[in-house]
Design a protein around this ligand. Structure first.
Ligand code: AP5
Length: 213
């Protein structure tokens, strides 16, 4: 199964993807997580991406497309994947079509998580992310069992530099202008499913699985 998880920053894409990959046994390919790994490793891509990410802006398409092309060529992506945070512009969606066409593949579903902006800001500002596995907790909505420690792998939790109210407003603006049109790009193929992303994490997961049939 090849899926795209789509929605604004903080919609719950990563949270839901982590649950689904455990059931489907396919990888979660999060461009945000891959970029953060590059930054930690100090690669040229990580250095170039830093300014864009810390200011809530999108990283240029050519860098992202090359990075995703490499990731999709890895062995574990052969059985399918969840794309989380990609494609985020129409040129990225067109490039993805090109990569898939080379392999005789296509996207099965685009799952769009709908969450109002007021919920988004509360979610993002209270988010705490695991340094080792990228799992997201929330100080109020999804607190870890032990303060500062990830429930999944015991890693240290931290607050992302772009998880401030001011930065999330910039990211929402980027989403409205550059990313939202990507849903329309897929709409005509009949593979887009909209999911209410509010309510308990378990309830959203139930709706998501329902949308997958
Ligand atoms: P990225 O890391 O992809 O950030 P994002 O899209 O802004 O998404 P988030 O990770 O913020 O949110 P999410 O939807 O995964 O929510 P989560 O599950 O964590 O990208 C970061 C940056 O990298 C971008 O700004 C850009 O610079 C660059 N970038 C990445 N990809 C790019 C691309 N393709 N092109 C160009 N640039 C790119 O949940 C959020 C919080 O809410 C958590 O605390 C969680 O516990 C909580 N939560 C989840 N579900 C619920 C619920 N139902 N109720 C209450 N709380 C909930």
């Amino acid at each position: 199964m090849r899926l795209i998880f789509f929605g604004p920053p903080g919609a719950g894409k990563g949270t839901q993807a982590k649950r689904l990959i455990a059931e489907l046994d396919i990888p979660q390919i999060s461009t945000g997580d891959i970029l953060r790994q590059h930054r930690r490793a100090g690669t040229p891509l990580g250095v170039e991406a830093q300014g864009y990410m810390d200011n809530g802006k999108l990283v240029p398409d050519d860098l992202i497309i090359a990075m995703v092309g490499e990731r999709l060529a890895e062995d574990d992506a052969g059985v399918g994947y969840i794309l989380d945070g990609f494609p985020r512009t129409v040129p990225q969606a067109v490039a993805l079509d090109g990569l898939l066409k080379q392999r005789g593949q296509s996207i099965d579903r685009v799952l769009v998580l709908r969450v109002p902006d007021t919920n988004i800001i509360a979610r993002v500002v209270g988010r705490r992310v695991c340094k080792s596995c990228g799992n997201a907790h929330h100080v109020e909505f999804n607190p870890p069992k032990v303060d500062g420690v990830c429930d999944l792998d015991g890693g240290e939790l931290y607050q992302r530099a772009d998880d401030t109210e001011a930065k999330v407003r910039v990211r929402l603006d980027e989403y409205t202008h550059n990313t939202a049109p990507v849903a329309a790009y897929y709409e005509q193929r009949g593979i887009v499913r909209e999911i209410a992303g509010v309510g308990l994490i378990d309830d959203v997961f139930g709706r998501l699985k329902g949308a997958l049939g």
